[in-house]
Design a protein around this ligand. Structure first.
Ligand code: ZN
Ligand code: ZN
Length: 243
């Protein structure tokens, strides 16, 4: 398989509300994490940081323009690979140990990371068999109800366990923006990892169903409006009730 150039690895796409999508187009869509950069006042937020196979700080100037808090929606490998590049890092308390010690099994690199997840391989000397996430101990631990400030903006931390125990969504009531991580996006949802929990998943979905969401920026796949969120959750809950 051909290798991509480091300079081509990252892609940035402004969306709306001062939010920019940063992603890795050489990774296949199902494994390609959406990283969300939120423009604040004097401090910005970055939710998730990709696989860590090419430096985010080196190639994406947007993330070095001002002080930034690197938040982990959860600690699967595709979301936390570049967290170690940022001095300020936040994660939910229930996954702090995984950000600090991201063994291949603990962050699902084993079994998911193979050459098959790429459209083009990362630059030399990358090797899938040797891939590891660099430890990035958190400097701030998050709990449900905490507020993350980005200048004048306020994002409430909503603990959304189910896909993983320390999953969080960020909710900006003033704009109706929900940054949801992997608990819900418009694609196949993952409910069967070693630390997934179906009871938690159902409770998290019921909670998100009742938020007055305008737009969802998920952990994978394209963003979608609040009406689609409610449709996805109602379908998902209906299948659980029926089956
Ligand atoms: Zn995940
Ligand atoms: Zn993911």
């Amino acid at each position: 398989m051909i290798r991509a150039k480091a300079s081509d690895w990252w892609r940035t796409t402004p969306v709306s509300d001062g939010i920019t999508l940063i992603d890795e187009p050489h990774i296949q869509p199902f494994y390609r994490c959406n990283c969300w950069h939120i423009r604040g006042g004097d401090e910005d937020l970055l939710v998730d940081s990709g696989m860590g196979v090419v430096s985010l700080r080196e190639w994406v100037p947007l993330v070095t323009e001002r002080p930034l808090l690197a938040v982990a929606s959860h600690t699967h490998f595709d979301h936390i690979g570049c967290h170690h590049e940022f001095p300020h890092r936040a994660v939910h308390r229930a996954e702090a140990h995984l950000l600090a010690a991201p063994s291949r099994k603990a962050v699902l690199a084993d079994p998911y990371v193979t050459d098959g997840i790429f459209n083009s391989l990362p630059p030399e000397p990358y090797e899938s068999a040797a891939y590891e996430v660099t430890p990035a101990p958190a400097t701030r631990l998050l709990e449900d109800g905490d507020i993350l400030a980005a200048g004048p903006r306020r994002f409430e931390v909503i603990h959304t366990p189910g896909h993983s125990p320390g999953g969080i969504a960020l909710w900006e009531a003033a704009t109706g923006v929900l940054i949801s991580g992997d608990i819900v996006y418009d694609g196949p949802l993952i409910e069967d990892t070693y630390h997934s929990d179906m009871g938690d998943y159902i409770r998290s979905m019921e909670r998100l169903l009742h938020l007055p969401v305008r737009i969802v920026h998920g952990g994978h796949f394209p963003s979608f409006p609040g009406a689609r969120l409610r449709e996805i959750i109602e379908d998902w809950l209906g299948r659980r009730a029926g089956g």
